[in-house]
Design a protein around this ligand. Structure first.
Ligand code: NAP
Ligand code: ZN
Ligand code: ZN
Length: 343
């Protein structure tokens, strides 16, 4: 199937127009006309070579929202014309313990990622900075009618990546939740945690996002370089979601946890983080990690957003301006998710 998009042809780009062929749809496949695709910081890590070598040309994009253009003869979950989404993976083994539990992202054979993943036939998957995608119906999400497609797109990664750990570790009333980094993921973490009843504190690298953080539902806002404010916060948080894509002092952030508190790492900086064992031991603390979410939980999160009127704050940018959008992402100017509009 002929597809038009934008790709990088070498590490760090720039993006240029790229036409390529996707596999022809089979009986279980859904053909999606992509309308919007969010720009995740993972896309930037990927094209920058921070997560290892990539095959070029590479079309990133795993926050996909669009309309069903066609369905295979066996497709039952969606119909032509319906709004749908696709997240970070498009297939998995479907039989391992994790897949059977609906945790396809942790598939023991490895999930098939939406872009940059080498398939057995030698081809590689290409993502959502393009006009069409072909996906097995079991990996397609239904977008509730209340959510505009431009706002549904970031939920496919930023939304589920923050919703899932908040559900897993608990963010209800009485819980004190910290969110490190107020970007695409971070602002969703604030909205979700406050909607679940937690008291939310944002830990940001600058003063500039304070008003927005409070608007999103945070009760407190602390600048990480403000030693006095950080000392006052020490030992108080039950759960921290750390979204930082850059390096940081893990000991410093673990120091913010209360007894039995957990710091969940979702940001993926290149490099190794150091931790003093004593940082954990003295108050029975944990450091954990979390990867996106499975199909079932992603659908649950979309329905939750519809029922609670939770939406990402997006800046829509035409696909041909993707290089300008990256410059804004790199400069930490996105407020709070840049979303490409696909012509
Ligand atoms: P983003 O929109 O760029 O936001 C990141 C935020 O972190 C920034 O707004 C900034 O907030 C703060 N920050 C701290 N150090 C930074 C640095 N060196 N460069 C830029 N920002 C920095 O990124 P995102 O899309 O939310 O993604 C965040 C991280 O999560 C990335 O590493 C991404 O790869 C990862 N990720 C992981 C998963 C998963 O499944 N675990 C899924 C998606 C993304 P302040 O201005 O408030 O300091
Ligand atoms: Zn992502
Ligand atoms: Zn599996």
């Amino acid at each position: 199937m002929e597809t038009k998009g934008f790709a990088v042809f070498k590490e760090r780009g720039p993006f240029k127009p790229y036409s390529f062929t996707r596999r022809e749809p089979g009986p279980n496949d859904v053909v999606i006309q992509i309308k919007y695709c969010g720009i995740c910081h993972s896309d930037l890590h990927s094209i920058s070579g921070e997560w290892g070598d990539r095959t070029f040309p590479l079309v990133p994009g795993h926050e996909i929202a669009g309309l069903v253009l066609a369905t295979g003869s066996k497709v039952r979950r969606v119909k032509v014309g319906e709004p749908v989404g696709v997240g970070c993976f498009v297939d998995s083994c479907r039989t391992c313990k994790e897949c059977s539990a609906g945790l396809q992202q942790y598939c023991s054979k490895g999930a098939v990622y939406t872009y940059g993943y080498s398939l057995k036939d030698g081809s590689i998957t290409q993502g959502g900075y393009s006009d069409k995608i072909v996906v097995d119906e079991n990996y397609v999400l239904r977008v509730p009618k209340e959510i505009p497609l431009s706002e549904a797109a970031p939920l496919m990664c930023a939304g589920i990546t923050t919703y899932s750990p908040l559900r897993t570790w608990g963010a209800g009333p009485g819980r004190k939740v910290g969110v490190i980094g107020l970007g695409g993921l971070g602002h969703m973490a604030v909205k979700f945690a406050s909607s679940m009843g937690a008291q939310v504190t944002v830990i940001s690298s600058s003063e500039s996002k304070r008003a927005d953080a409070l608007k999103f539902g945070a009760a407190r806002y602390v600048v990480s370089s403000d030693d006095a404010a950080m000392s006052a916060l020490a030992g108080t948080l039950d759960l921290i979601i750390c979204t930082s894509p850059g390096m940081y002092s893990l000991d410093k952030y673990v120091g913010l946890l209360a007894l039995d508190g957990t710091l969940v790492i979702v940001g993926l900086p290149k490099g190794k983080l150091e931790l003093q064992p004593n940082s954990l031991i003295r108050k029975r603390k944990s450091v954990a990690g979390s990867l996106i979410g499975g199909v079932k939980e992603t659908q649950e999160m979309l329905d939750y957003c519809a029922s609670k009127a939770i939406r990402p704050q997006v800046e829509v940018v035409p696909l041909e301006k993707v290089n300008d959008a990256y410059a804004r992402l790199i400069a930490n100017e996105a407020r709070y998710r840049l979303v490409l509009q696909i012509p």
